[in-house]
Design a protein around this ligand. Structure first.
Ligand code: IVH
Length: 699
């Protein structure tokens, strides 16, 4: 098939060849649908599919005489895969109309349609809705007879799905047997099988390791939905069982005897009952009165979308009353009582303008794809990391390629894959340079390592800049106002070569820098002065020793008490620290074995950097050892970092989220969902005063 003309601007179809455009769209959409539904291996983002689908739909509306019976617009999903036995659904599995307008007006349009259909006037009360998340997984029908799971089926084309019972039985969250009184004889629960983001990342990590170890026929997955679909439709249930899947219930299919249906007057009651019967129902389900509350829900969920542990692509609104649902009925395959209201897509297509290689603090060379700007996951993305040589090679991204870019959650944007169909000609494959693009030193990739590193060390200005920024950051010694622009200038002008040089700066030296007024120079000198009084963990972390992050720096400081003790510790001694393994121990030893690194430390001390030194840990009281704290909100006297330091000094662990393992939540003002979670799980809640008392009384 010729694809080049497919993506021409439709407005240029002035030749009048609309019919062939429609034909091309049908072919392309069929191909994409096959890749998505049958092969579980989509090659373009949903947003791209939707765009072409809508183009075909509007052409068919404008030219109904050219609508053909094989048009993908007339079908839901795809024909089931032959490997699984077909299941005819007792009640068809419908799709939902999608409100393509991602702005709040989308919710208003739906409410207006519902009110019109129900012949309500402005004087009538708002319609009551249930607002839910739109999970990005795959729809599943779970059939229970006599309370026992007898069949699980995919949606397929809506009428006939696939029997995937074996695989679905391996999903821990799906009850195999219900044990509630008054269960209907037949109960079909509908919901979404999905994969959590952390499970997805871990799975892909494992897949990459397998591929690296030479396993044949293994692949990584494009996104959690694709991984979930692949697992459910896996022919070997043993493999399916190793793919971590989850489930949320959001509706029902057949329920008989019919009298049992009478139990539910509303969709919300149905969801509550499903929850009581042991099905997972998302905590974010909510009642919304009228359009105003739908809009508020859309905004509220939109703001927390990145923090959810799983992907959603929108929210779903459903008329709550089942009687009203019946009155509203269906249009073709879509109920009039429900609508999906989307968010901006997390995957988009864009093109690769160039592939740059950046040099990090430790000399690591990272290939980065420079992209034509694209709005994805709520931000404009122009760069995406290709991680390292192997990843760049595996993805085979080349300059000029059309690629899928994904940004989900707070994670950094990623090139998911290349759309090979759209590669023009034969662009050269990316080659990792064997010398540093900044200083020209040899770049080496050590045996067993994924990364090339510049061997230039502090001779390399890129490494110097990064090392200085790392040292000056807030979590290290904190030199306020010393950002990347300034460091760049200082290093380029040659006035700062090493860390101690920073503390030797005077007003005259700073005057050579661009845009450096007296006042800002003065401020910088004051900030440098202030940074001299620091703590041992901050200083250690600031040195930028490979593998020594904040937590390790704290553990080292606590264990040894004094910097000299750390600098002279043997690998064996270092291994005795809770956070330190062989790689870290070796890296610390190597760092302090280099004379120039010891000199840097000595010079910094000579410049006046100082911190309190303590006794080795076994003498310090570890009164909160084994306890886990979570901090939330703003405290009256301490900053969060200070509270964290105090707790850690007493041996406690400070975690980011509340779980059953949390010992205490310390809540300040404006505490949010963590406090709710603590109450839900019955975790003890303290205020700052109670926490301080606990620290003091236990001394
Ligand atoms: S209700 C009659 N609720 O969206 C409505 N569907 O086109 C039947 N989906 O693939 C579906 N989250 O799996 C409903 N909270 C939710 C949903 C949801 C995701 C999916 C569903 C199907 C598609 C519907």
């Amino acid at each position: 098939m010729q694809t080049a003309d497919l993506f021409a601007d439709p407005a240029e179809d002035r030749s009048g060849d609309i019919q062939s455009r429609m034909q091309a769209l049908r072919i392309q959409l069929h191909q994409y649908a096959h890749q998505y539904y049958v092969q579980d291996a989509p090659t373009v983002p949903d947003a791209e599919y939707d765009r072409l689908f809508q183009e075909l739909q509007s052409l068919e509306q404008a030219h109904p005489q050219w609508l053909t019976s094989d048009s993908p617009t007339l079908r839901v999903g795809a024909k089931p895969l032959e490997a699984f036995a077909p299941v005819r659904h007792a009640v068809p599995m419908l799709s939902i109309r999608t409100e393509t307008d991602t702005e709040s007006s989308g919710a208003q349009a739906f409410d207006a349609r519902v009110r019109r259909e129900l012949e309500l006037s402005d004087a009538d009360a708002p319609v009551e809705y249930v607002a839910e998340l739109k999970f990005d997984g795959l729809a599943m029908n779970l059939r229970y007879e006599g309370g026992v799971l007898v069949q699980a089926a995919t949606r397929g084309d809506g009428e006939t799905g696939e029997d995937v019972t074996q695989n679905v039985r391996t999903i821990g969250q799906i009850p195999l047997k219900l044990s509630a009184p008054n269960l209907p004889d037949v109960l079909e629960v509908r919901g979404e099988v999905y994969m959590r983001r952390d499970d997805f990342d871990a799975l892909n990590e494992r897949q990459r390791a397998r591929i690296a170890a030479g396993a044949k026929g293994e692949k990584t997955f494009v996104n959690p939905r694709n991984a979930a679909a692949g697992a459910v439709r896996q022919l070997d249930p043993g493999i399916a069982a190793q793919r971590p899947l989850s489930f949320f219930a959001y509706g029902a299919g057949e329920i008989s005897p019919q009298e049992a249906v009478g139990v539910f007057g509303s969709h919300m009651e149905l969801l509550q009952t499903l929850k009581k019967w042991g099905f997972p129902v998302a905590a974010q389900v909510d009642i919304a009165q009228g359009a105003t509350e739908l809009v508020a829900y859309h905004q509220r969920i939109g703001a927390m979308r990145d923090q959810l542990p799983f992907d959603i692509d929108g929210v779903v609104y459903k008329v709550n009353s089942l009687a009203l649902q019946q009155r509203l009925g269906f249009v073709t395959r879509e109920p009039r009582w429900a609508v999906a209201h989307k968010y901006p897509a997390q995957e988009q297509l864009t093109t690769v303008l160039s592939i740059d290689v950046q040099v990090g603090r430790t000399g690591k060379l990272t290939p980065v794809a420079k992209l034509a700007p694209v709005f994805v996951g709520g931000v404009t993305v122009t760069n995406a990391t290709l991680h390292n040589e192997d990843e760049a090679r595996r993805k085979d991204v080349r300059v000029g390629d059309t690629v899928i870019v994904r940004r989900a959650g707070d994670v950094i944007p990623e090139v998911v894959s290349v759309v090979l169909d759209r590669r023009q000609g034969e662009p050269a494959a990316f080659q990792m340079p064997h010398s540093c693009p900044v200083c020209g030193s040899v770049a080496v990739r050590e045996e067993g390592e994924a990364d090339y590193r510049c061997s230039g060390g502090l001779f390399c200005s890129a490494q110097r800049k990064q090392a200085i920024l790392h040292f000056a950051q807030r979590r290290a010694v904190e030199v306020e106002g010393l950002g990347d622009k300034l460091v760049e200038q200082m290093v380029d002008a040659g006035i700062v070569r090493t860390l101690p040089d920073l503390y030797r700066l005077g007003l005259t030296a700073l005057a050579v820098l661009d845009r450096m007024a007296d006042k800002s120079a003065q401020n910088l000198l004051e900030a440098l002065q202030k940074s001299k009084q620091t703590t041992l963990p901050r200083f250690l972390f600031g040195l930028g020793i490979r593998h020594v992050g904040e937590a390790t720096a704290k553990a080292l400081a606590q264990h040894f008490g004094k910097l000299d003790a750390i600098m002279d510790a043997s690998e064996d001694h270092l291994l005795a620290v809770s956070d330190v393994g062989p790689i870290v121990a070796k890296s610390i030893r190597t760092f302090f074995d280099q004379t120039h690194n010891r000199e840097v430390v000595e010079q910094l001390r000579a410049c006046g950097l100082s911190w309190e030194e303590g006794e080795p840990a076994d003498k310090a009281p570890q009164v909160l050892a084994g306890k886990t704290f979570v901090l939330t909100g703003t405290f009256p006297t301490l900053s969060r970092d200070q509270a964290k330091d105090l707790l850690e000094a007493a041996g406690a662990k400070v975690a980011g989220s509340v779980s059953k393992k949390t010992s205490y939540v310390v809540a300040g003002t404006d505490a949010g969902s963590k406090l709710d979670k603590a109450r839900e799980l019955g975790v003890a809640v303290l205020d700052e005063a109670a926490m301080l008392e606990m620290l003091a009384s236990n001394q």
